[in-house]
Ligand binder design. Structure first.
Ligand code: ADP
Ligand code: MG
Length: 322
């Protein structure tokens, strides 16, 4: 663990929320059906994610904490058509450089699991342990060795808010997965697997179920599905517009604008429509998400995408009672 590693880590790991995001995404990539997030002190002292996914062999577990170890890219063209969430093999090594990392993991084929722990001097401790199939990654004392970064962290309340937002954004995109979230030993969220509508109700409020208009449309290279909210659940501030591009949560002001425009005659000043929309597009037609924490995306055919969304949302609004 050297200076270059710590600097690189700063790019991926900006705050406890970034760790939460990377660990949850890894569990999803590992095909977990149950994912549990445990944090203490807003993630500053502990972030732990446990899953029942495919797990890792001992070799994989040691490899995954080395720089640029990823099992998700095998050829160069994969890079252009990334479908999994992780693709750079940088997260775990970066997290390991700025925290006390421990991994417990076991594959379905193994009789016994592996525990890997990084000690302060970068020494790797390895043990055989009995665990359930799947992986538990725990990240203690984030930035303990980079005091300047540690000092930059905001209050527990603010850091917790970021974690909750990310947890919900990810849970929203995966209603087929059970998610649990413990904060300082108390269970805050327990989302059972179900439909997208059910997940929306779990995260936001039960009364949303009657106020959702389905959206579903598809062209040759573009599809859009999800829900938009009726006027009864218009929001008074921005921030509850959930757009996912190929399953990743993103911001794109053009898409937001297209949806807002579709609602134009119905929106009163200060109203913002609620929506959860999933767009699938050929990955080669979007500016690849080079930076891990960058949520902004750019489409090659911005105008086409805008017009598509506008038309689809207008049609959905038009064919439902508001
Ligand atoms: P990436 O996700 O970009 O491949 P990471 O640093 O996040 O890079 O993870 C490195 C590798 O470690 C992954 O490619 C995967 O093989 C393995 N890995 C990480 N987390 C898990 C997990 N929860 N279950 C199984 N394998 C995992
Ligand atoms: Mg990853």
């Amino acid at each position: 663990e050297n200076l270059a590693n710590k600097i690189a880590a700063g790019e991926v790991v900006q705050r406890p929320e970034s760790v939460v995001k990377e660990l949850l995404e890894n569990s999803i990539d590992a095909e977990a059906k149950n994912i549990e997030l445990i944090i203490k002190q807003a993630g500053k002292s502990l972030i732990q994610v446990c899953d029942d996914g495919i797990g890792m062999t001992e070799e994989d577990a040691i490899l995954c904490i080395q720089k640029h170890a990823t099992s998700k890219i095998s050829t160069l063209s994969d890079l252009e058509a990334i479908r999994t969430l992780g693709f750079r093999g940088e997260a775990l090594s970066s997290i390991a450089a700025v925290s006390q990392l421990e991994i417990r993991t076991q594959t379905a084929q193994q009789e016994i699991g592996t525990l890997i722990r990084i000690e302060k001097e970068g020494e790797i401790i390895k043990e055989k342990v009995s665990v359930n199939k799947g992986t538990c990654v725990s990240v203690k004392n984030l930035f303990y060795n980079t005091p300047a970064r540690r000092k930059f962290l905001k209050s527990d309340a603010t850091e917790l808010k970021h974690i909750i937002d990310t947890f919900n954004r990810i849970a929203l995109a995966h209603p087929e997965i059970n998610f649990k979230f413990y904060n300082n030993d108390s269970l805050v969220n327990d989302y059972k697997s179900g439909t997208l509508e059910e997940r929306i109700a779990q995260i936001f409020a039960d009364n949303m179920l009657d106020a959702l208009i389905p959206v579903r449309e598809k062209t040759e290279y573009l599809s859009l599905h999800g829900y938009i909210g009726k006027p009864s659940i218009f929001r008074k501030s921005k921030g509850e517009q959930y757009l996912y591009l190929n399953k990743r949560f993103v911001f794109n002001k053009h898409i937001n604008h297209a949806v807002f425009t579709a609602f134009e005659n119905i929106l009163e000043k200060g109203d913002y429509p609620f929506f959860v929309l999933f767009m699938e597009i050929d990955p080669s037609k979007v500016d690849v998400n080079i930076h891990p924490s960058k949520l902004e995306v750019k489409f090659d055919d911005e105008k086409d995408v805008y017009n598509f969304v506008l038309a689809v949302i207008k049609k959905s609004i038009g064919s439902h009672d508001l």
